[in-house]
Ligand binder design. Structure first.
Ligand SMILES: Cc1cc2nc3c(=O)[nH]c(=O)nc-3n(C[C@H](O)[C@H](O)[C@H](O)COP(=O)(O)OP(=O)(O)OC[C@H]3O[C@@H](n4cnc5c(N)ncnc54)[C@H](O)[C@@H]3O)c2cc1C
Length: 554
């Protein structure tokens, strides 16, 4: 190889995993290069709500009298007996070795983040934003956005929110500053295209190839390469390995269009022999693997992310979306113009503090005590129309002028995306159906079917009952023109399965052996079913530490 650049440790991705990895490795003495494909650092993390479930006895937990320990955290996150009300277990398939490492490093990582400039709101850890965080203790901490401009608005948070709000920008910008201060070299607009190993599937990982402005850049890693690329939710072929239903129309991935989770880390590692791990966690029906949008009329309807025109990302996002306050104001139909479920129903749930009452760790009674309540909204949306294709096709919110008034919506750009085909109107229901033209709408919506659906629904409003799907007391007829159709298709979000790693975040191959010189953490790593930032920051630090102390390649 002719190397263009070199360092001891090369980190791919400057998000929630990559920045802690880089700082840790640098502070442990290793020269470090971080590359990121994007034009700025932060990945999904900078857009995130900044709710960070680090527990196991943090100083914040102690200050507020919350009893927790690494053992309690480990016990919580490996408890086979905790199941959701639809019967799916949150923790059963977590890898014990990976969770032990997380439990031991969780509280130290909280203190480490504080020591590296991250400000957590001065209040008790709570349950806000929590999911799969363990049943026994409050563990959710909230990062103060301070004065940093939010990526989704281009502006700092409102003054009253700066210390008491919660946003990932308050995590990423201090870590970026700490990384630069420590001497980490950050190369933006560098996309890793492959990993370089001594032999195709044997020997040590020597470095990476990346592309930058059309040129190939080869970067040697004397000690280790850390994959921190953030998972696979945006890669249609990759995500369909876990769930064949997740076809192209699920194009509003949370975090896009700032960064996409394109599985490039997983694919590059698999090409040199790496194994995947903990695959049940990707399809287990809990948490936020796939979510119900709360905004309609835009491609990007994720509940916790609203793009405003002042954001530097807005030209790509194109619309703010119409936030839905009351699902009684609309119906949801599939591409055939037919309702499929009670619109007021939500998405999958996940366990958190006190989610199981009378909790006894590891007891079958925990499952016996839950009330079975299948959460089928998303499955109904993904089921499709029986036309022999995979994927449920587009889901459209159908509503009328009266609904617009009740919700206080403005049905014009920049609130809705007419131009790219995510919002339509018509003076009659039939005209509305005919106007719907979207690249994912496999067949035109039959006007008669939509007319029939609306007429039937209006009769349910008269009757005060929805015999088809049990929507509680349907309230409003859809009868006053103009009529509207807004994109409301489910949103992929979390990646909860990825590369096989061990407790040191070393990547493992298909034969169960460590791939020397290759590390991974965060959403690209498997074996740990928990949403977000805690596992990423902890595993980033673990990977950085172990890569820095690895033997140098000669
Ligand atoms: C809107 C939103 C809200 C969220 N809120 C929360 C929350 O409140 N609490 C919580 O715990 N979690 C939250 N999350 C989830 C959390 O942000 C992610 O789990 C976390 O950021 C994942 O970290 P990561 O390091 O794996 O990936 P990321 O943070 O996404 O970083 C990956 C980086 O890798 C780069 N990259 C990818 N491929 C390449 C390549 N080939 N070459 C070079 N660079 C590459 C990307 O550009 C990106 O910068 C939220 C996510 C979103 C989208």
């Amino acid at each position: 190889m002719n190397w263009d650049k070199e360092a001891d440790v090369v980190v791919i991705g400057a998000g929630a995993t990559g920045l802690p990895a880089a700082i840790q490795a640098r502070e442990d003495g290793a020269p470090v290069i971080v590359i990121d494909a994007n034009w700025d650092v932060g990945g999904h993390a900078i857009l995130s709500g900044g709710n960070v479930p680090l527990g196991g006895g943090t100083s914040a937990q102690k200050k507020h009298g919350i009893v927790d320990s690494p053992d309690l955290l480990f016990s919580d996150l490996t408890d086979w007996s905790v199941v959701e009300s639809n019967g799916f277990p949150d923790y059963r398939y977590n890898d014990r070795e990976i969770i032990r490492a997380f439990a031991d490093q969780s509280a130290p990582t909280y203190e480490w983040l504080v020591a590296h400039g991250v400000v957590f709101g001065d209040r008790s850890p709570d349950n806000r934003g929590a999911g799969a965080t363990g049943n026994s203790a409050l563990r959710e901490n909230h990062v103060a956005p301070m004065d940093w401009p939010l990526m989704q608005t281009g502006k700092p948070a409102a003054p009253e929110m700066r210390t008491m709000g919660s946003s990932g920008v308050g995590l990423i910008r201090p870590l970026e500053a700490a990384a630069r201060k420590a001497g980490v070299q950050i190369l933006l607009q560098h996309r890793m295209t492959s990993l370089v190993r001594e032999n195709p599937t044997a020997g040590r990982v020597l470095g990476i190839s990346a592309s930058n402005e059309g040129k190939t850049v080869s970067i040697r890693a004397r000690k280790g390469v850390i994959i921190a690329t953030g998972g696979h939710a945006s890669n249609v072929n990759f995500r369909r390995m876990f769930d064949p239903r997740l076809t192209e129309e699920y194009c509003g991935v949370a975090g896009e269009p700032y960064t996409s989770q394109d599985a490039s880390g997983e694919i590059a590692a698999m090409a040199i022999g790496a194994s995947l791990w903990g695959l049940f966690n990707q399809t287990g029906e809990f948490g936020s693997g796939i979510t119900k949008p709360n905004k309609v009329g835009t491609q990007y309807g994720y509940v916790n992310l609203t793009w405003l025109p002042s954001s530097p990302v807005f030209p790509r996002a194109r619309a703010i979306g119409l936030p839905v306050r009351d699902w009684q104001d609309l119906i949801l139909v599939n591409q055939a113009g037919v309702r499929f479920y009670d619109e007021t129903k939500g998405q999958f749930t996940s366990n958190r503090y006190n989610g199981v009452s009378n909790y006894v760790p590891g007891s079958y009674l925990n499952a016996a005590n839950i009330k079975y309540a299948p959460a089928n909204f998303l499955n109904a949306a993904l089921a499709g129309t029986g036309d022999g294709t995979n994927g449920g096709g587009p889901i459209w919110a159908i509503f009328d002028h009266e609904a617009v008034i009740r919700e206080g919506w403005t049905v014009a750009p920049p609130h809705v995306d007419r131009e790219a085909g995510f919002f339509f109107s018509g003076d009659t229901i039939a005209e509305l159906a005919r106007n719907i033209v979207n690249k994912y709408q496999r067949k035109p919506m039959p006007a008669a079917a939509l007319e029939q659906t609306v007429a039937k629904y209006n009769s349910y409003v008269d009757a005060g009952k929805d015999p088809d799907f049990g929507k509680p007391g349907p309230q409003y007829k859809i009868q006053t023109p103009p009529f509207y159709a807004g994109w409301a298709t489910p949103v992929p979000h979390d990646t909860r399965a990825g590369l096989r790693i061990n407790a040191k975040c070393e990547v493992i191959d298909l034969n169960g052996n460590v791939i020397p010189g290759l590390y991974c953490g965060g959403e690209s790593a498997g074996g740990f079913s928990q949403h977000g930032l805690a596992r990423c920051t902890v595993q980033g630090r673990i990977a950085g530490k172990n890569a820095a102390r690895a033997e140098s390649e000669r």
